[in-house]
Design a protein around this ligand. Structure first.
Ligand code: TNX
Length: 533
C-alpha cells in the first residue's frame, strides 16, 4: 500500500517536472511516448554502464561499439549500481513488448528497461539524444516509453545485379540498427549473378558469380550480349555470410536470404545448363529486364534447389527463406515436353498452376525443415501455397488478396517503397536510375495497413519493406545516395504510430539530426531540397 502511494507520488512529481518543458525529444523514428524534463545528465570517462544479465552485457558491448565510433572512447561495464551510471536492465522485461523499452534520464543517470531487443533500441535512442557541447557529452532529462508499430521493418538489398562487399553491408547494418530497422532481406541471386558460396555446386561461384561486362544502360534498353570483357561480380563465402548474420543479430537485425526461383536464374543456368529448358547455351547476362530463362520442373532441379537451400538454412537462422517467385515468363514451359508432361500428370490447368506446384514442393521442403516461405506476390498466381507469406510489390493488391485469404503479408509496393527510383521529378537532374520517381514524402506518408482490410485482416500485415534494386547502382557511394534519406523515412513508416507521424515535423525537426550523424560516419546521402528541411 505504502509502496503504491510512493509510486503514485513519484509519477505525480515526475509529471509536473516534465510538463514544464515544451521542448521536444528528437529521436528517429519518433517514439510512441516521449517527454523532456529539466536538466541533463553528463556522460564522461567516469560514467559506467551497469549490466547484470548476460543479455544486458551484450547490449552494453553494443553501446560501446556505437559510442566509440562517435566519441572515440568506451565506458566501463560493471554489474553493481554506483553513482553516475547508465543502467541496462533486461530482468524486468515483462513490462514491455518484445522490442519495446522504457528509457529514463535524470540528472543522476540513465535507466533502460526491456527485453534484449528493447534495451538495444533504448540504447539507440540514448545515443541519438547525446549532444556534444564543447568537450561535454550531454543527455537531456527525458522519459520515454516506446514500442514499434510493426514487427517487420525491412530493407531489401539486391546484390545480384551489383555486388557489394561485406564491409559495405556492415556499414548499412549499423545505420539500419540506429533507425530500428530489424530485417535485411538479402537478394542473393538473380539473372546477372549468384552471390553465395554453395559447397556442393562450386560452379555457382566460379561461373555464375561473374559476367564479362560492366554495362550500364537505360532501362529496358536491351543491348543483348554486348560484353566489354571486363569481369564484374563477386560472392560471399559461407564464412563471410555467417559473419554478416552474426553482426546483424547483435544489432537485432534478422537476415532473410532470397534464392530466386523458378525465374531470374540465368546465372545459374550458365553454370548448370541441364537445369534449364534446353534453350542454352547461356551466358551470365550484362543487361537488365525480365529474362525468359526459367528452371525446368524436373527432379534434378528440385534436388539442386533442395541441396542449395540445405546449405542456406545452415547459414541463416531466420525462420524465413525468400524464394523469389517474381517475373516468371512461362514461354519456355509452354514448349517444353517435360513441363507439359508434369502439367498433364498432375492434372494442372496451365503453366501458372505448374508454378504454384513448383513452389508448393519447395514450401513443403522448407516447412519440413522448420522454415517458412516468403515470395513476391506473383506466387498468388495459380494458387497460393498453404503457409506462404506474401511480399506485395506490384502495388497493394496482392497483399490485400493474401491477407483476405488469411496469409501474412509484408507491404512493399512499388508506388511507395521502390527506393531504386529517382529522387527528383526531372530524372535528368539525378544520377541514372531505373525509371519512376519516388520522393521522400511519398515514402514517408505510406501507411502499410490498407483501408480495404478490416481490423482482423490487418493483423496479417506484418510490416513494411523498402527495396533497393541495383541495376544502376554499382558503387557504395551511389548506393548510399539512393538509400538516404529515404530509408530514414522508412524507419518512421515501420516504427512510429500512424497518429504520431507528420512529414513536416519529421523533415524540419528530426531528419537533419540523422543526416548529420550519418555524415559523421562517412556515409553518403542525397541532400534534400531546401524546401524540405
Ligand atoms: C522488378 S520487384 C523486379 C526486379 C527489378 C525491379 C526494378 C521484383 C520482385 N522484381 O527484378 O530489379 O523491378 O525496379
Amino acid at each position: 500500500m505504502k509502496k503504491n502511494l510512493f509510486l503514485f507520488l513519484l509519477i505525480l512529481v515526475g509529471r509536473t517536472t516534465f510538463a514544464q518543458q515544451a521542448d521536444e525529444v528528437t529521436i528517429v523514428p519518433k517514439p510512441a511516448f516521449a517527454e523532456k524534463g529539466v536538466g541533463q545528465f553528463i556522460i564522461s570517462q567516469h560514467t559506467s554502464i551497469v549490466a547484470k544479465e548476460s543479455d544486458a552485457q551484450k547490449v552494453a558491448g553494443m553501446f560501446n561499439y556505437f559510442f566509440k565510433k562517435r566519441y572515440g572512447f568506451t565506458l566501463n561495464i560493471n554489474n553493481a549500481a554506483i553513482a553516475n551510471t547508465i543502467v541496462l536492465n533486461t530482468s524486468a522485461s515483462a513490462k514491455t513488448s518484445n522490442e519495446g523499452y522504457q528509457l529514463k534520464v535524470t540528472n543522476k543517470g540513465v535507466n533502460i528497461v526491456g527485453n534484449r531487443a528493447g534495451v538495444f533500441y533504448g540504447v539507440q535512442s540514448l545515443l541519438q539524444l547525446i549532444q556534444q557541447k564543447d568537450k561535454q557529452l550531454l543527455v537531456p532529462v527525458v522519459n520515454i516509453n516506446d514500442e514499434p508499430n510493426f514487427s517487420y521493418r525491412g530493407l531489401m538489398l539486391d546484390v545480384g545485379r551489383h555486388f557489394f562487399d561485406a564491409n559495405e553491408i556492415k556499414k548499412i547494418l549499423d545505420v539500419m540498427a540506429s533507425l530500428k530497422l530489424n530485417t535485411l532481406h538479402w537478394h542473393l541471386t538473380d539473372d546477372q549473378g549468384w552471390r553465395l558460396e554453395i559447397k556442393k555446386y562450386p560452379k555457382l561461384t566460379t561461373i555464375s558469380a561473374w559476367r564479362d561486362s560492366t554495362i550500364i544502360g537505360q532501362y529496358y534498353d536491351f543491348k543483348p550480349f554486348i560484353y566489354d570483357g571486363k569481369k564484374s561480380g563477386g560472392f560471399y563465402t559461407q564464412e563471410q555470410a555467417r559473419e554478416i548474420v552474426k553482426y546483424a543479430t547483435e544489432r537485432n537485425i534478422e537476415v532473410i536470404p532470397e534464392i530466386e526461383m523458378p525465374g531470374h536464374c540465368t546465372a545459374v543456368l550458365t553454370a548448370y545448363p541441364e537445369l534449364g529448358n534446353g534453350t542454352g547455351p547461356y551466358k551470365v547476362p550484362g543487361y537488365w529486364g525480365v529474362h525468359n530463362t526459367i528452371y525446368n520442373p524436373g527432379e534434378p532441379t528440385f534436388q539442386f534447389l533442395q541441396d542449395v537451400l540445405t546449405e542456406v538454412m545452415a547459414i541463416f537462422p531466420s525462420k524465413y527463406i525468400h524464394i523469389g517467385g517474381d517475373e516468371v515468363p512461362k514461354d519456355e514451359w509452354k514448349t517444353s515436353a517435360l513441363a507439359q508432361k508434369i502439367i498433364h500428370e498432375n492434372k494442372l490447368k496451365d503453366e501458372h498452376e505448374l508454378q504454384s506446384w513448383f513452389i508448393n514442393r519447395i514450401e513443403k521442403f522448407l516447412n519440413k525443415n522448420g522454415k517458412s516461405l516468403i515470395g513476391w506476390d506473383e506466387i498468388l498466381e495459380g494458387g497460393l501455397t498453404p503457409n506462404a507469406t506474401v511480399m506485395s510489390w506490384r502495388g497493394e493488391a496482392g497483399g490485400i488478396q493474401a491477407a483476405k485469404e488469411g496469409h501474412n503479408v509484408i507491404m512493399s509496393p512499388n508506388s511507395n517503397m521502390y527506393i531504386d527510383h529517382a529522387q527528383a521529378k526531372d530524372a535528368k537532374t539525378e544520377p541514372l536510375a531505373i525509371g519512376g520517381f519516388l520522393p521522400l514524402d511519398v515514402v514517408y506518408n505510406y501507411n502499410p495497413r490498407p483501408a480495404a482490410l478490416d481490423a482482423d485482416q490487418q493483423k496479417h500485415i506484418l510490416g513494411v519493406q523498402a527495396n533497393m534494386w541495383t541495376e544502376y547502382i554499382s558503387t557504395n557511394n551511389k548506393l548510399e545516395y539512393m538509400l538516404f534519406p529515404r530509408a530514414i523515412a522508412l524507419a518512421e513508416v515501420g516504427w512510429t504510430k500512424t497518429e504520431n507521424k507528420n512529414y513536416e515535423d519529421f523533415t524540419s525537426k528530426r531528419l537533419p539530426l540523422v543526416l548529420e550523424s550519418i555524415e559523421k560516419s562517412g556515409i553518403n546521402y542525397r541532400i534534400p531540397e531546401a524546401n524540405v528541411i
